[in-house]
Design a protein around this ligand. Sequence first.
Ligand SMILES: NC(=O)c1ccc[n+]([C@@H]2O[C@H](COP(=O)([O-])OP(=O)(O)OC[C@H]3O[C@@H](n4cnc5c(N)ncnc54)[C@H](OP(=O)(O)O)[C@@H]3O)[C@@H](O)[C@H]2O)c1
Length: 323
Amino acid sequence: MKKRTIGNTEVSAIGMGCMGFSHAEGAQTDIDVAADVIREAVDLGYTFFNTGWNYGNVIDPHHNEKILGKAFKGIRDKVVISSKCGVDFDYEKNPDRPPLIYDFSRNKVRQCVEESLGRLNTDYIDFYLQARIDPKISPEEAAETMAELIKEGKVLHWGVSEADEDYLRRANAVCPISVVENNYNIINRKHESLIPFLEENKIGWVAHGPLFKGLLTGTFNKGAEFAADDWRSHSINDDNLDKYAPLLNYLHELGEEKNATPVQLSLAWILNRKPYIVPIPGMKKKERLTENMKAADIIFSKEEMDKIDELVIGNKEERNLES
Ligand SMILES: NC(=O)c1ccc[n+]([C@@H]2O[C@H](COP(=O)([O-])OP(=O)(O)OC[C@H]3O[C@@H](n4cnc5c(N)ncnc54)[C@H](OP(=O)(O)O)[C@@H]3O)[C@@H](O)[C@H]2O)c1
């Protein structure tokens, strides 16, 4: 598979989002079964794997990192792992849709990193991220904690997920940030305003939710039902299926011309936006791996990019986007 560089680290152009095996997509996948899918991904050329300290559910709150620990036994040097902490889930209050508890205090982060290292079965983590801003902790304090961990060699690079420019600027001044992990897909453009800051500071962008949780696969119909602990219903619902029907129709149409699926086009659209963005689609099934990696070879014309933009957010003048 083609490669990209985020921060100063080379990774496969398409990374693998591993969350769905353990969290927010209904029942957890058996650890051996999930590890086997991940090993297959490595064999196919995927080198970038995304997880989180908190990816689990009420049954096993830290299930996901254990899967990666198992999958990468003996091949740790072939993969780049990204994990994160700073948000816990209050399963006692609601086991299916738990409220979030923010904690990025130094002691908590150090505890999480030690636990992540243990579960991932490694003595370093390539990227460790602050999962969300903790209102009790300043960006400077967060960055100091990460600088300590980097100095100790437990973490190689750090980043922040879903932070604004002011937070990132202040944190970056204390300990340089290598990546942001922000939601990005054809539909959600809210983080594009960070592009000048990312370029100025040579920061990579890991695009989570690149398929709008699966809506952009074009495989869901109205009336789709999800279990109470499957949070994809936030994105895949009748309102959104109506709202984005013209976009999905165009993706099918364009797919005929380019001999590509809506999934491949959606991932390729992200890759065509900027060379330092790496999408990490969630994939629980082996057949997704071969389909999705082909997105790395699709080139869009300017007209095709513009047409997609028009269908989602109006014409270019209205959007005031840089080209
Ligand atoms: N930093 C953050 O705040 C944050 C938040 C959410 C997620 N993430 C990370 O980002 C990753 C991706 O995001 P996401 O999983 O929420 O959403 P996503 O990648 O937009 O969508 C995942 C869904 O797409 C489906 N899919 C993938 N390839 C497909 C294909 N070729 N054909 C049909 N369906 C396909 C998956 O199905 P199957 O699972 O059945 O294969 C899954 O249901 C996560 O795994 C996680 O690592 C980070």
